[in-house]
Design a binder for this molecule. Sequence first.
Ligand code: NAD
Length: 497
Amino acid sequence: MNLVTHWIGGGPWEGRPERCGEVDDPATGRVTAHVAMADAAVVDGAVRAATEAAAVWGRSSLAARTRILFAFRERVERDKRELADILTSEHGKVASDALGEVNRGLEVVEFACGLAQLLKGEFSENVSSDVDSYAIRQPVGVAAGITPFNFPAMVPMWMFPIAIACGNAFVLKPSEKDPSASLWLARRFADAGLPPGVFNVVQGDKEAVDAILQHPGIHAVSFVGSTPVARHVYETATRAGKRVQALGGAKNHMVVLPDADLDLAADAAVGAAYGSTGQRCMAISVLVTVGDAADRLLPRIRERIRRLKVAPGLERGAEMGPLTTREAHSRVSAYLEQGRAEGATLLEDGRAVRVPGHEEGYFLGPCLFDHVEPSMSVYTDEIFGPVLSVVRVDRYDDALALVNANPYANGVAIFTNDGGAARRFQAEVQVGMVGINVPIPVPMAYYSFGGWKSSLFGDVHVHGREGVLFYTRGKVVTARWPDPKHRGVNLGFPQMR
Ligand code: NAD
């Protein structure tokens, strides 16, 4: 069976792993590969390779780095359907969604191709007599990325293209649940001319992560995953003296005011709640209906749910694939019972969905709860599956208070035709990314992505300008070059006196 291994020093790791994990095809439930699990020695090998490479790469010209990034971008663009198929086979997401993920990752590579512009410094002439001052940004050295299962290509691509463009070497620890995409990307980057050791991949789980967090050769850590692990990563790595950005979990609300275009809102809610089977950090999991909006909106949502095609990701017309793991399937299914026991009304039960020939796959259809109260576990917990909970409130202020009281604060959306209400919401809501009649407000690569409160530990968000700041350190130089005319010997350019 295929062994998914590490990528260290410019090629696949040739050693024999002490420990391996299993990789499943979620549509069939069958094991398709084994993944090597790195221990501290493997992590150390990757960091050594990265340290050696960073010393040269960090001093290479901007022109040389730009050319390699462009070549990488061309290779991923050319073969992106192959990468999308890898995502479907290990994560389960449908083909169109997988390709969308790759395209969003490519946007960050394209942003990083502008590195010469992004790394420009500042200069002030004559801050004092004959004294100039300038600020430059230099690479931090070796950066590491630890990423979740739900975007095995895009989330790593939020990190390593920018870190590498800034002159760092990078060690990526992808999710052990869908590890192959990272190797595919490493190979393409090497083909594009990236020197060995600048980009490394170590496969593994907590053992590899903890080795990264403690390793003195790593200077910056980017993490994306669940809130408890994000907190652990932030606390451990900052204590070890590293800079850290750790993005955590989410519970994203979509507020629908009574004046909204309800067909638009229904399309948006269904797409944002059930796309990628609800396994997006920006998925909408709570629908907050104001006034009488629920009575008019819910029939529209239910009609759309019934038309959704739940099928294996590569099947023609498939809109919703399986959950990624068996464990996720049991955990999400348990919430359906719990929600009912706590008094919510289960309007749509995805357990009824059957996918013929795929009885062992981790399929769960769209689920919809009405009359959810903020004290219920289906509201308080991040379920991370195709479950949408409807909370009914009387007024706009109640909706705002509900959103602002939630400990998560990744994304939020408001649907309304009232520009004034939307503008007020944008100012008052305590959430990092806000959509106005847009259900999944994922910023473009040249803006930065990240939440507030328990959705982010650290000070800066990923990619965009904040990504460049994270992967570089500022240095300010103050320089005095005495005017040669004050000296006895004048080496200045000959001129008329
Ligand atoms: P996870 O926290 O279980 O795992 C994330 C990474 O941490 C993986 O590489 C994993 O191997 C590692 N890890 C897991 N447990 C660990 C531990 N105890 N100690 C050290 N490392 C550990 O997350 P996941 O299940 O892979 O991904 C889903 C979660 O990620 C959801 O909570 C989702 O909201 C979140 N997410 C957030 C964003 C965001 O931008 N805020 C984006 C994508 C996903």
